[in-house]
Design a protein around this ligand. Structure first.
Ligand SMILES: *[C@@H]1O[C@H](CO)[C@@H](O)[C@H](O)[C@H]1NC(C)=O
Ligand SMILES: *[C@@H]1O[C@H](CO)[C@@H](O)[C@H](O)[C@H]1NC(C)=O
Length: 299
């Protein structure tokens, strides 16, 4: 199943990259750390296996994005340590457990999520300051860029080099994937994040939905303030969050209507399902529930 899913994803991207069916494409990948990368890695490996030239650009300090033999990796030094990254993340987790009353809890969560994002995002500045790597990327003549939208770094790189780009994502705050694509997003039956409403709302739930929608862009503009500063700096013009995202060619959505309420989407938004694409270990043959079952090591 997992294999099938990843093959499907790879097939989509494969089609996007190929001018003719015989020659491989050249893909730049700007991934996002953590579970995001675990999902993307399999697709990247598959694309590489199929003869595409894949270059993955990653910061030297990261949680999950280690070395591999399967495709080309370019790393760049960053201005933070793994301890700093861990520290910011622990603070973020801790802010969820403080049990503060409303609205302090919301503010504390917002603050700590901005703080962790800013540590995390600073690698993007380091990338842009790395002349040698930027020059290499410029000269490499990529056909397209694959990235996770949440980190925004891939989108900035794609805009900087005027590369067509593909988003591969599970979730995006503030429904930005719908706003950026100018997708119909009716407040009357599309519940906003954190409202816990369904697609059938009472009048008051709709009012609540409308209020949350009003807050959303402000929320994300605050959250992405650092990223927008860098974008405007490197692109040398005033850039809004939506400017940066709206030129994405394709949005590959790692979900479907099993977990989401039915809603309109745009033609360049493609459901690929699957949430996560991590290859599972096959079940051990030893493990069974027969009486002679012996506990094996890695339960
Ligand atoms: C959030 O951060 C701001 C600025 O850094 C600070 O003034 C404020 O006290 C913080 N609020 C909470 C609830 O942590
Ligand atoms: C890429 O290199 C070309 C040729 O050297 C140069 O003209 C162009 O400005 C560079 N583009 C970027 C985004 O650095």
């Amino acid at each position: 199943m997992t294999f099938w899913l990843c093959s499907q994803l790879a097939a989509w991207i494969f089609l996007l990259l190929l001018p003719g069916l015989s020659d491989g494409g050249k893909l730049l990948v700007v991934p996002m750390d953590g579970s995001h990368w675990l999902s993307m890695r399999q697709v990247v490996e598959k694309l590489n296996e199929r003869g595409h030239e894949v270059v993955v650009v990653i910061p030297e300090v990261s949680w999950q994005m280690g070395m591999t033999q399967a495709y080309t990796v370019k790393t760049y030094p960053v201005s933070f340590t793994l301890e700093e990254l861990d520290g910011a993340f622990h603070e973020y987790v801790h802010s969820h457990l403080k049990g503060l009353p409303f609205p302090q809890n919301a503010l504390a969560l917002y603050n700590s999520s901005i703080a962790v994002f800013n540590v995390f995002f600073s690698h993007c500045k380091d990338l842009f300051h790395n002349r040698e790597l930027m020059q290499y990327l410029n000269q490499s003549d990529f056909d397209a860029l694959l990235t996770d939208p949440i980190s925004l770094c891939g989108a900035i790189v794609a805009n900087y080099f005027s590369l067509p780009f593909i988003f591969f994502m599970r979730g995006f705050p503030c429904g930005l994937h719908y706003t950026a694509t100018q997708c119909p997003n009716p407040l009357s039956y599309v519940p906003r994040l954190f409202t816990f409403n369904s697609d059938r709302m009472t009048f008051f739930q709709r009012v609540e939905n409308a209020l949350v929608a009003l807050l959303e862009l402000g929320y994300c503009n605050g959250f992405y303030a650092e990223a927008m500063k860098l974008s405007s700096e490197v692109l040398q013009r005033d850039v809004s969050l939506l400017d940066l995202l709206s030129s994405a060619s394709i949005w590959l959505l790692r979900f479907d209507y099993v977990l989401e309420y039915v809603r309109p989407v745009m033609p360049n938004m493609i459901f690929v399902g699957g949430i996560n694409c991590v290859q599972k270990k096959p079940l051990s043959k030893v493990r069974s529930f027969s009486p002679d079952y012996t506990f094996s090591n890695e339960m």
